[in-house]
Design a protein around this ligand. Structure first.
Ligand code: SF4
Ligand code: SF4
Length: 130
C-alpha cells in the first residue's frame, strides 16, 4: 500500500477527491470491502503520493485523527502480507481479466522510502510522520 483507512473514518469524503490516482473508494462503493462502514484505500492503486506531493494528500485533507494510517509498501517483499489480507477481507484486490489478481508481483507501487517499517507495522497515524 500504502496507507490504510481505519474505523475512525466518519465518511466525510474530504480525502477521495484529493487522491491523484483515484485510489480511495467511498463507503457506498460495492467494491469496497468495508461497504456501508467506511472509506477504503485500494493498496494496488495507492502510490503514497510519490511524485505528486510531499505528504499523502488524503491524510492532509482528513479531519479525523487516526483515520488514515500507514500500511506496508505494495511491493513483492509484502506479497504474502497482501495475499493473506485479501483472503481475510482486509483488502479487496482488483482482479484483472487477463493478469489476474493485481498483487505486487503483477504490479508493485511506489512508496515513501523514508517511512520506517516499524511505523508501518504499527499502523501509525500518517500525519504524525510530518
Ligand atoms: S496516499 Fe496519495 S495516492 Fe495513496 S490514497 Fe492517499 S492521496 Fe491517494
Ligand atoms: S477524510 Fe478521513 S474521515 Fe473523511 S472519508 Fe476520508 S478517511 Fe474518512
Amino acid at each position: 500500500m500504502a496507507v490504510m483507512i481505519t474505523e475512525e473514518c466518519i465518511n466525510c469524503d474530504a480525502c477521495a477527491p484529493e487522491c491523484p490516482v483515484a485510489a480511495i473508494m467511498s463507503d457506498s462503493d460495492d467494491k469496497n470491502p468495508f461497504e456501508g462502514s467506511r472509506y477504503y484505500v485500494k493498496p494496488e492503486s495507492c502510490v503514497e503520493c510519490v511524485s505528486h506531493a510531499d505528504t499523502p494528500r488524503c491524510a492532509e485533507a482528513c479531519p479525523t485523527e487516526g483515520s488514515i494510517v500507514w500500511d506496508m509498501p505494495f511491493t513483492t517483499d509484502f506479497e504474502e502480507y497482501f495475499t493473506v489480507g485479501n483472503e481475510n477481507g482486509t483488502y479487496k484486490i482488483r482482479e484483472h481479466k487477463k493478469k489476474g489478481l493485481m498483487m505486487p508481483s503483477v504490479k508493485a507501487q511506489p512508496f515513501m522510502e523514508e517511512i520506517g517499517m516499524g511505523v508501518r507495522e504499527s499502523h501509525s497515524n500518517v500525519m504524525d510522520s510530518f
